[in-house]
Design a protein around this ligand. Structure first.
Ligand code: ADE
Length: 247
């Protein structure tokens, strides 16, 4: 997969060199290219923002540098276009399902904004040439979209074939559509079996895989009830039966 990110703070994207995403890049599974938005300005001050029409606080990102940056990204491809992901608190919620959809794309471009956002016409203009999706990573406002890019890229990268060691290890993820939909993962333990007087639950040492699976499901249900009652409201009878937790 190819990923382009245009930002006024390319340094903010440095974590893309590390850990899982960094390793995927080294292995050639991910081709990540970070571009500096100010390279696409033409004035001595390298201006990327201006005051908002209609008044109000803050500044708005100017259309010209963004349009030229996105044009350059598209021109550097081999004739295709990327799916443009615009992180914004006004976007549609980022979910595991959306991460899976994005993981199926060959090419993503990210346009993280600073200030009050990007002039709307940039998004409209881009949408005439490529798929555009505005995405929010949660109901809070960050100082800019770069951290949202890190979140989205990490969630997408670990779904790419061969990136995680164990091919099955994301099927049990909390929120994964399918088997564990709307269910949080339960607690996990490792050695030693006793630590600071606390013991690992007996069932996990029992070797009885059926019992262990049932205990894990019970823990997942309990945790979801406690932490995410909104998810519980989406549970359906059929799913409960599927999870073998009939009353
Ligand atoms: N930019 C600022 N806040 C954001 C959020 N919650 N999600 C995505 N991009 C953002």
């Amino acid at each position: 997969m190819r990923i382009d990110v245009v930002s006024i703070f390319p340094e903010y994207l440095a974590p893309l060199d590390l850990s899982l995403v960094g390793k995927a890049r080294q292995r050639g599974q991910l081709d990540v290219r970070v571009h500096e938005l100010r390279e696409f300005t033409h004035d001595v001050h390298r201006t990327v923002d201006d005051t908002p029409y209609g008044g109000g606080p803050g500044m708005v990102m100017k259309p010209q540098p963004w349009a030229e940056a996105l044009d350059a990204v598209v021109a550097s491809g081999d004739g295709g276009v990327p799916t443009l992901v615009v992180p914004t608190p006004s976007g549609r919620p980022f979910t595991q399902e959306l991460a899976q959809q994005l993981a199926a794309e060959p090419w993503l471009a990210f346009a993280p904004a600073r200030y009050e956002g990007i002039d709307r016409r940039v998004i409209e203009d881009a949408a005439e040439r490529m798929p555009v999706i505005e995405v929010s990573i949660g109901d809070y406002v960050l100082a800019g979209g770069e951290v949202a890019v890190l979140v989205i890229v990490e969630a997408v990268a670990r779904l790419l074939p061969g990136v995680l060691g164990n091919a099955e290890s994301h099927q049990d993820d909390s929120f994964a559509p399918g088997r564990m939909a709307d269910l949080l993962e339960g607690p996990v333990y490792t050695k030693p079996a006793e630590w600071r007087g606390r013991e690992v639950p007996d069932v996990l040492l029992s070797g009885n895989h059926q019992k262990i699976a049932r205990w894990r499901r019970e823990q997942a249900f309990a945790r979801t009830l406690r932490n995410r009652p909104d998810l519980v409201a989406r549970w359906r009878r059929e799913d409960m039966d599927k999870h073998d937790l009939k009353a």
